[in-house]
Design a binder for this molecule. Structure first.
Ligand code: 5RP
Length: 219
């Protein structure tokens, strides 16, 4: 099975969690895109969506699905998104698609976070995938120096400007054995907008696609 087929399986499985008249939080990335395409098939059942990026909002609208601002709707019953890495504790690294800040906001505002991924994303320890950090542009060198002090190797993601007008630093070589603590530590560096650790608010359900179909891990 290809990763694409595995992603398709979990995109379809996530639809099972959607109830009538809900407003759905929708993530960003190739797996979230497949979920959006599945959501289009049941669009008559939902009231609309809140998107975690301009790219996802455009894809949702192209299917004729209503996209609300988060401010218009308040808390959401559900958020569906992919991840770059997950542990069995449902601590995640996200932000490979540079949408981490809005993703973290929509996840925070949602009752249930369903994470969908192919099973290659399940890891014992987070950190093989470089940790994305959204940074205010004028602070990038300062933030990079602080990340070196934490043992990381920060690399500016060239040519990328986030939906919020900021830059992304990817931190290599971090062995993340305490994601909750590291998430707070990095958030306290002046100039950091968001870091890609989703540990304080991890996923509630992880759906992994692979050779044996869909495996569910729940907190
Ligand atoms: C975007 C993300 C994505 O969820 C993450 O990068 C996984 O993407 P994909 O589904 O394409 O593997 O966090 O910022």
């Amino acid at each position: 099975m290809t990763p694409e087929q595995a992603k398709q399986l979990v995109a379809e499985a996530a639809i099972e969690y959607i109830e009538w008249d809900w407003i759905i939080g929708v993530g960003t990335g190739s797996t979230a895109n497949l979920f959006i395409d599945e959501l289009a098939k049941i669009k008559g059942r939902i009231e609309g969506t809140v998107a975690s990026s301009e790219a996802s909002a455009d894809r949702l609208r192209s299917h004729g699905i209503k996209v609300f601002e988060l401010d218009q709707v308040g808390d959401l019953p559900i958020y569906v998104d992919g991840a770059d890495e997950s542990t069995k504790h449902l601590h995640l690294i996200k932000g490979g698609g540079a949408a981490l800040t809005r993703e973290k906001i929509v996840a925070a505002a949602s009752e249930k976070f369903i994470c969908i991924a192919d099973d290659s994303k399940l890891v014992d320890v987070l950190g093989a995938f470089p940790l994305p950090i959204e940074v205010i542009p004028m602070a990038k060198s300062y933030v990079a120096r602080q990340l070196v002090k934490l043992g990381g190797n920060p690399v500016l993601r060239e040519g990328v400007v986030t939906d919020n007008g900021n830059v992304i630093i990817d931190v290599h070589n971090l062995l993340i054995d305490n994601p909750v603590e590291l998430e707070s530590q990095i958030d306290h560096i002046a100039g950091v907008v968001t870091n890609g650790l989703f540990a304080r608010r991890g996923a509630d359900v992880l759906l992994l696609g692979g050779e044996n179909g869909v495996t569910k891990i729940e907190t």
